[in-house]
Design a protein around this ligand. Structure first.
Ligand code: DX5
Ligand code: ZN
Length: 219
């Protein structure tokens, strides 16, 4: 489970982060929006830089920005562990992958619901993680797009055992089992974790559901 900070209380960010970390979260999903690639603006380098000393979690940063080549470096320097960029803004994705790697962080690539899986077939083997957007990026709390399941299955079939397959958007108790069975191993959840009165209990429930999805017969 990777809780998405987008649904946290922005007036109490460090507390929110430490709460899920103390509850067992190892990955924190950070949604960076520039108001160009997506019709919303969230937070950027200064916020991540300030959060970094407050947490040991893996900072999984989702760059919803039009120019990842220009901005990857300050995000890496701010302490992000992985930078995921959108294929839609990268006519030459290998150049972006190589640049991000040269900064000493992991690389992810992602695609919008309207972009076919085939668009990243030729670069999939070069990344650490593929992120399947199961809503249109820009906002939390949207409904899961069911066609993402086929996309997950297709992309999973290309990836090696050390590559991660992440899914983002509309993940909650109703969708966890389906995405895990379709091959996702990293589940982003915003409103289903930080949007709940008890984020740790919500995360535990999602974790239990996902474990049951892969081991349906365990006691
Ligand atoms: C949407 C973001 C998501 C968002 C998901 O643009 O990429 O990470 O936080 O929110 P939920 O889990 O509420 O759909
Ligand atoms: Zn995201």
């Amino acid at each position: 489970m990777a809780p998405s900070l987008l649904s946290a209380d922005f007036a109490r960010l460090a507390d929110e982060v430490q709460r899920v970390e103390a509850g067992g979260a190892e990955v924190l999903h950070l949604d960076v929006m520039d108001g160009h690639f997506v019709p919303n603006i969230s937070f950027g380098v200064p916020v991540i830089e300030k959060l970094r000393p407050a947490s040991k979690m893996f900072f999984d940063t989702h760059l919803m920005i039009t120019d990842p080549l220009e901005y990857a470096e300050p995000f890496a320097k701010a302490g992000c562990n992985l930078l995921t960029f959108h294929i839609e803004v990268a006519p030459e994705p290998m150049a972006v992958i190589e640049h991000i790697r040269s900064l000493g962080v992991n690389v992810g690539i992602t695609l919008n619901p309207g972009t076919p899986a085939s668009s990243l077939r030729r670069v999939a083997e070069a990344v650490d993680l593929v992120l399947v957007m199961s809503v249109w990026p820009g906002f939390g709390g949207q409904e899961f797009i069911a066609s993402s399941l086929d996309k997950l299955r297709e992309i999973r079939s290309w990836l090696g055992p050390h590559q991660r397959l992440e899914v983002d958007g509309g993940i909650g108790p109703e969708t966890v089992v389906r995405v895990v069975r379709a091959g996702a191993d990293t589940l982003v959840a915003g409103s289903a974790v930080f949007g709940q009165p008890d984020p740790v209990a919500a995360m535990d429930e999602l974790q239990a559901l996902s474990e049951r999805a892969i081991r349906p017969t365990s006691p």
